[in-house]
Design a protein around this ligand. Structure first.
Ligand code: FES
Ligand SMILES: [Fe+2]
Length: 440
C-alpha cells in the first residue's frame, strides 16, 4: 500500500542529482525506515556502556525502541523495548541496571536478560487451559533478528537475512580498527554519557555533510579565523604544540577552500565512505612523544609506524554512523521523522594511553562536535536552512554534479580523482546505495 503512494524511485534519483521529495516526503521516510534502517546493521552502542550483568542502554533502530543488555552469560543481547503482555515499554530510563531480571512495571511479568519469559504472576491458574504456555515465543521479549559485535562495537539488524556485519562494513571496518589499534591495549572504552542533538532536518543531510569537503572552509570560516587569531597569540608566548586545541578549530580557516581538493574521498558499496586525513595530528610535543614510546613498547617500531600512519580523518558507515577514528569520536544518527534527526555524539578512551592523549580527544569532542561549539552550530543552521529550502517550490532537484564523470572507478570502490577531493562522489555513492535499498 505504502509503495503505491510513492513516486517511482528510479525517477527520483539520477546519478548526479536527486528530487527534493527524497528529503521531505513523509511516505518516503516511512519506506526508508522499513527498507533501510530496520534492515541493515545499525550501531547500538559500545560493550563498555553495559559492563556489568543487568546493565542496559536504550536506543532507537529505525522506528523501533530497542535496548541492549549485558546477560549473565556475559553476552550483550539486543531486544525490543516492549513487554509482550500489553506492550508496556520495559525500560523507561535511558540506561540503568535491571538486576537479576527485567520486571515489567505494569503487571510484574519477568524476563531473563536474553528476553525469555521467566515468570507471570499466578501463571498456572491464570492461563490454565489456555493456548499460551511459558514456552510460547510470543510471551518472551522479542530479540533483534541478528546481533554482532566488532572490537566492542555492537550492531543489530532487524532483518534475519542479509550480509554479515563484516561483509556489510567492508572497507569501512577500518574505522574500528584504526580507533582500537591506536590504544596500547588494543581496545577503547566509552566515556559516558554522550551529547544528544536534535536537528530540524532530514537525516540524509547530516550524512551528506559529514564528508562534504567543500563546506568546512566556508561554513566554519568565521570560527576558524577567530581561533587562528588566538592560536597565533599563544604561539608567540608558548612552546610549540601547546595550541593544539586551537589548531583543531583554526584548520577550518587555514585549510582554505582550494586546499580541500588535495584530499581524497574513497567510496564503497552500501554507501560507506572514507575521507583521508588533513589535520596533521602527529605533533612532536612531550605528550605525543610519551604516547609514542608506550605504543612502540606495546607493538614494536614497525607496527607502531603502520598504526599511526593510517591516513584517515573520517569514516562514514552508511546509513547511521560517522566515525573520526584518529580522534576517537563517533556520531550515531537516529532519524525521528522526515524533518527531525537525533544524533548521539560519543567519544572514547584509548586503553593504556596517557591521560593527556584522552584530553586531546575530549578537546576535539568539546570544541568541534559538541552542541556548545560554533562548529556544530554552523552545521545545524545549514541543515535547518536546507530542509526549509527543500520544502519550498523554489526548485525540484538537489545537485551532486561536482566532478561528476571524473571519479576513478575500481572494483569495489570509487575514488575522487587527484586534486578533486571536493568531488560530490560521496553524495552520489550514498544516493546510489539509497536507491538500491529503496527498491528493496
Ligand atoms: S504490560 Fe507488561 S506485565 Fe502487563
Ligand atoms: Fe561542518
Amino acid at each position: 500500500m505504502l509503495r503505491e503512494s510513492i513516486p517511482d524511485i528510479g525517477k527520483m534519483v539520477e546519478p548526479d542529482r536527486v528530487r527534493r521529495e527524497v528529503y521531505t516526503d513523509p511516505a518516503i521516510f516511512e519506506l526508508e525506515m522499513q527498507n533501510i534502517h530496520e534492515k541493515v546493521w545499525i550501531y547500538c552502542g559500545h560493550e563498555s556502556q553495559v559492563p556489568k550483568v543487568g546493565d542496559y542502554y536504550t536506543m532507537q533502530i529505525g522506528r523501533q525502541p530497542m535496548l541492549m543488555v549485558r546477560g549473565k552469560d556475559n553476552k550483550v543481547h539486543v531486544l525490543y523495548n516492549r513487554c509482550p503482555h500489553r506492550g508496556n515499554m520495559m525500560c523507561g530510563d535511558r540506561h540503568g541496571n535491571t538486576g537479576e531480571q527485567f520486571r515489567c512495571s505494569y503487571h510484574a511479568w519477568t524476563f531473563h536478560h536474553d528476553g525469555k519469559l521467566k515468570n507471570i504472576p499466578m501463571m498456572d491458574s491464570g492461563y490454565a487451559g489456555n493456548r499460551l504456555n511459558k514456552e510460547s515465543p510470543e510471551l518472551s521479549m522479542k530479540r533483534a533478528a541478528r546481533v554482532e559485535s566488532y572490537r566492542g562495537f555492537v550492531f543489530a539488524s532487524l532483518s534475519p537475512t542479509g550480509p554479515s556485519l563484516k561483509e556489510f562494513l567492508g572497507k569501512s571496518i577500518v574505522a574500528f580498527d584504526d580507533m582500537c589499534d591506536r590504544a596500547p591495549e588494543g581496545e577503547v572504552e566509552v566515556v559516558p554519557n554522550c551529547f544528544r542533538v536534535i536537528q530540524h532536518s532530514n537525516w540524509k543531510l547530516f550524512m551528506e555533510n559529514q564528508i562534504d569537503a567543500l563546506h568546512p572552509s566556508v561554513t566554519h570560516q568565521s570560527t576558524g579565523r577567530a581561533a587562528h587569531e588566538v592560536e597565533k597569540e599563544i604561539a608567540k608566548k608558548a612552546k610549540a604544540g601547546e595550541a593544539l586545541s586551537y589548531h583543531m578549530l583554526s584548520a577550518f580557516a587555514t585549510v582554505t577552500i582550494d586546499k580541500w581538493d588535495n584530499f581524497q574521498t574513497i567510496n564503497y558499496p552500501y554507501g560507506h565512505c572514507i575521507l583521508t586525513g588533513y589535520m596533521g595530528l602527529r605533533p612532536q610535543d612531550p605528550d605525543t612523544k610519551a604516547y609514542d614510546q608506550i605504543m612502540i613498547k606495546a607493538y614494536g617500531q614497525k607496527r607502531f609506524e603502520e598504526i599511526v600512519g593510517v591516513n584517515i580523518h573520517h569514516v562514514l558507515v552508511y546509513p547511521g554512523l560517522s566515525v573520526q577514528s584518529p580522534l576517537q569520536q563517533l556520531r550515531a544518527v537516529r532519524p525521528l521523522g522526515v524533518d527531525r534527526t537525533l544524533t548521539e555524539i560519543w567519544h572514547f578512551r584509548l586503553k593504556g594511553a596517557p591521560e593527556a592523549i584522552y584530553r586531546r580527544s575530549l578537546a576535539y569532542y568539546n570544541l568541534v562536535n559538541s552542541p556548545a561549539t560554533l562548529i556544530n552550530a554552523d552545521d545545524l543552521e545549514n541543515f535547518w536552512k536546507c530542509h526549509q529550502g527543500l520544502s519550498s517550490d523554489g526548485g525540484d532537484w538537489v545537485s551532486f554534479a561536482r566532478h561528476f564523470g571524473h571519479d576513478i572507478e575500481r572494483p569495489g570502490e570509487v575514488s575522487s580523482a587527484p586534486n578533486q577531493g571536493t568531488s560530490e562522489a560521496p553524495m552520489r555513492n550514498q544516493m546510489k546505495a539509497w536507491a538500491e535499498y529503496m527498491r528493496g
